[in-house]
Design a protein around this ligand. Structure first.
Ligand code: TXE
Length: 483
């Protein structure tokens, strides 16, 4: 089936009539076509957004809140349909799409429907100077939102919801690899009464369609989630245009396990933090660091647990590991397993492609555990972004902290211990934007979300997101001395 761009509340074909094939990762077959939009389509989307901006930015917070809340309700109403579409487009298990992806997309809209009615700004009295200052946080205008293929609707809405809640109008581009649920969101927004032009969805390749959004002279802020290399490229284009940039990039996250942890909870959670979504989550704990005294026990127990995971067709309720998102990505992930052997890594479990009966051309890979001895190896320094984790031991706290921080990325860390002092020492010294202690991926949308170092710039979530999508203006008024 052909999907279309959503511009000014209408579904339209790309002007140049160029199309890209859309694959079903579970079968390896083409199942649709998406627009390969050009600069002309992006310009058309920008014009629609610019036309809608005056009215939308003057729409009351209550009215905005009602519409965002209605979008959230409609997403929940269509949960199973959207989850099936997401699972088919991305290859993730239907259970994950149903329990995580789609409910979170609804939560993103519901959260910012509430947050915008609470978002306020400061006032300062310049005592003795007969002056009062207040800060306006005004919407920027037309903003660009560009999102990746790993959590398609979840991350697409995570940007759009605060952007429109704050009164902006949006030109959004989902990944060309997983366009389907973004396409379906258009109709939901219209049904919810979102005025035409407030949200415009343009499909196409990053280097052309995405580039046209980033380079557009009047799109004054770009919120991007994707690879670090791409983020650096986008920053180079946007910097001389003085655009506001929010960059959520890659990660190579340590999962630090001490002997004094709650072992069973750690083990069950570590299977999830290693292989959820086929390991295609920027927050996955892909470097597992285990205290020496429990290393052998952990190794045995972890391998056993992972061997029980079922690789299968995403539509099966019993599937734990679905298909990787694309043939290219499967080959990229597999190449790291081959590199492991060259740099002395030992595959303890997995490492092979899986042929799922009747779906021989699907992109399936075993969950893979590789034992390494040197944190400087490529497997521990580069983001693999697949169902591949490494394990290695550490002797003491000092070594654990050094290993955890000894990478270019700084997105999230997970720490397993019941020692309060250790928890505080590590939490303050870990060079990551997020630290989970005795849990993983527990999310409170009020918290600042983002990374340090090569994991990006800026924070999403809560009022951080509303501050990103507004311009702060200080107004200072002097008045006559009191009579
Ligand atoms: O990201 P890309 P992808 C990492 C992970 C993964 C890598 C590539 O390492 O292997 O990124 O994943 C658009 N100008 N993460 O392919 O290529 C592109 O069309 C403007 C971590 O998803 O960066 C897509 O819509 N836009 C990440 C989006 O950018 C461009 C989650 C992301 O594409 C562009 C996903 C350009 N020049 C991947 N080039 C996380 N932190 O969550 C591409 N795009």
């Amino acid at each position: 089936m052909k999907i279309q761009n959503y511009i000014n509340g209408e579904f339209v074909n790309p002007i140049q009539n160029h199309w890209i094939e859309n694959y079903n990762p579970a079968t390896g077959a083409v199942y649709g076509q998406i627009p390969n939009s050009t600069k002309e389509d992006v310009d058309k989307a920008y014009e629609a957004a610019a036309r809608a901006f005056p009215k939308w930015s003057n729409t009351s917070l209550d009215e905005r809140s009602k519409i965002l809340s209605k979008i959230a309700d409609l997403i929940i109403e269509k949960l199973n349909f959207l989850a099936a579409a997401e699972s088919k487009d991305n290859g993730k298990p239907i259970s994950l799409a149903t329990q995580i992806d789609i409910p979170r997309a609804a939560s993103n809209f519901q959260f910012f429907a509430n947050a915008i009615t609470q978002f306020s700004s400061e006032a300062h009295e310049s005592v003795g100077l007969n002056a009062v200052n207040f800060t306006l946080r005004q919407p920027i205008g037309v903003v660009g939102c560009i999102s990746p293929w790993n959590l398609p609707l979840y991350l697409f809405t995570w940007k759009i919801a605060p952007a429109i809640a704050a009164g902006n109008c949006v030109v959004a581009k989902p990944s060309e690899i997983t366009p389907m649920t973004a396409f379906l969101l258009g109709e939901i927004c219209t049904e919810a009464g979102l005025p035409n032009g407030v949200l415009n969805i343009v499909h196409g390749l990053g280097a052309s369609t995405g580039q046209a959004i980033v380079a557009h002279p009047n799109i004054k802020a770009i919120s991007f989630t994707g690879g670090t290399t791409t983020g650096a490229y986008i920053a180079r284009v946007a910097a001389p245009m003085f655009k506001k940039l929010s960059l959520e990039l890659g990660g190579k996250n340590p999962n630090i396990i001490f002997a004094d942890c709650d072992y069973e909870k750690m083990l069950a959670t570590t299977v999830r933090s290693s292989f959820a979504n086929q390991g295609q989550i920027c927050l996955c704990g892909s470097r597992i660091l285990i205290e020496e005294k429990i290393y052998e026990k952990f190794k045995k127990d972890f391998i056993k647990k992972v061997s029980e995971l079922k690789v299968g067709h995403p539509s099966e309720a019993t599937t734990n590991i679905g298909a990787l998102v694309s043939k290219e990505h499967l080959e990229k992930v597999k190449s790291y397993i081959d590199i492991a052997a060259q740099e002395g890594g030992k595959v303890l479990f997995g490492g092979e492609r899986v042929t799922v009966k009747n779906f021989e051309n699907g992109y399936y890979l075993q969950p893979t555990i590789i034992e390494v001895s040197d944190n400087k190896c490529r497997l521990n320094q580069e983001e693999i972004f697949g169902p591949v984790v490494t394990i290695m031991s550490f002797k003491n706290d000092k070594e654990a902290l050094h290993l955890a921080n000894d990478v270019q990325y700084g997105l999230s860390s997970t720490l397993w211990t019941n020692n309060l002092n250790r928890t505080m020492q590590f939490s303050k010294q870990l060079q990551t934007g997020i630290v989970w202690v005795n849990t993983w991926m527990l999310r409170d949308l009020r918290t600042p979300f983002g990374g340090q170092k090569d994991s990006g710039v800026g924070r999403e979530g809560g009022f951080e997101a509303l501050r990103f999508f507004t311009e702060a203006k200080n107004i200072c008024i002097q008045y006559e001395s009191p009579f």
